[in-house]
Design a protein around this ligand. Structure first.
Ligand SMILES: CC(C)(COP(=O)(O)OP(=O)(O)OC[C@H]1O[C@@H](n2cnc3c(N)ncnc32)[C@H](O)[C@@H]1OP(=O)(O)O)[C@@H](O)C(=O)NCCC(=O)NCCS
Length: 151
């Protein structure tokens, strides 16, 4: 498996949407990703295996805030550290760009993702009840504070 993280562009969006549809019942469209890329707001990083995209993270960088929009690893490639690798690269970009805070929301039942985010130092800051349109599940809101890092 290739452990190289690369930046994805508009030409990779079919692969991104394909992986989204494998990993999420309710997923982003090609047009939504394209709009964010065209506006220079979204960054998408990914890893490939044998010519297929197997993981990606999409985040927005606006002023000094980063928001994780989505993060997914193909079911056949989970628990091998790929999400850790992607988030580590995303954090490097944030530090270079003097990002102060990172935000995300995650389904209350998604213990795998919650475990990952807690491992990176995210703290829960709130709850949005019945937030997700597909399952009406609550969203847990998490935040990571880059300014509190000891350099
Ligand atoms: C959440 C997800 C991205 C994790 O990807 P991954 O590559 O398997 O994660 P990693 O191998 O880097 O694991 C990192 C940490 O995540 C947590 N984790 C991941 N899978 C887990 C599992 N099956 N059970 C418990 N914790 C898990 C652990 O804290 C793990 O650290 P550890 O290995 O030291 O225990 C992956 O399960 C996925 O794509 N899920 C479906 C899409 C999704 O829910 N995305 C998040 C949207 S907010």
């Amino acid at each position: 498996m290739d452990q190289t993280v690369v930046r994805l562009t508009a030409v990779d969006l079919d692969e991104v949407v394909e992986l989204e549809s494998i990993c999420f019942a309710y997923h982003w469209t090609r047009e939504q990703f394209l709009l964010g890329l065209d506006r220079g707001i979204f960054t998408i990083l990914g890893t490939w295996a044998a010519g297929t995209l197997v993981s990606y993270i999409a985040f927005s960088l606006i002023e000094d805030e980063m928001e994780i929009l989505n993060l997914a690893v193909h079911p056949a490639h989970r628990k091998k550290g790929l999400a850790t690798l992607l988030l580590t690269e995303a954090f490097k970009i944030c530090r270079k760009q003097a990002i102060k805070k990172s935000y995300l929301d995650v389904k209350r039942s998604n213990f795998q993702a919650i475990g990952l985010y807690r491992k990176f130092g995210y703290r829960q800051t709130g709850v949005r009840l019945n937030y997700y349109p597909d399952t009406k599940e609550d969203a847990l809101l998490f935040m990571y504070d880059f300014t509190s890092e000891i350099l």
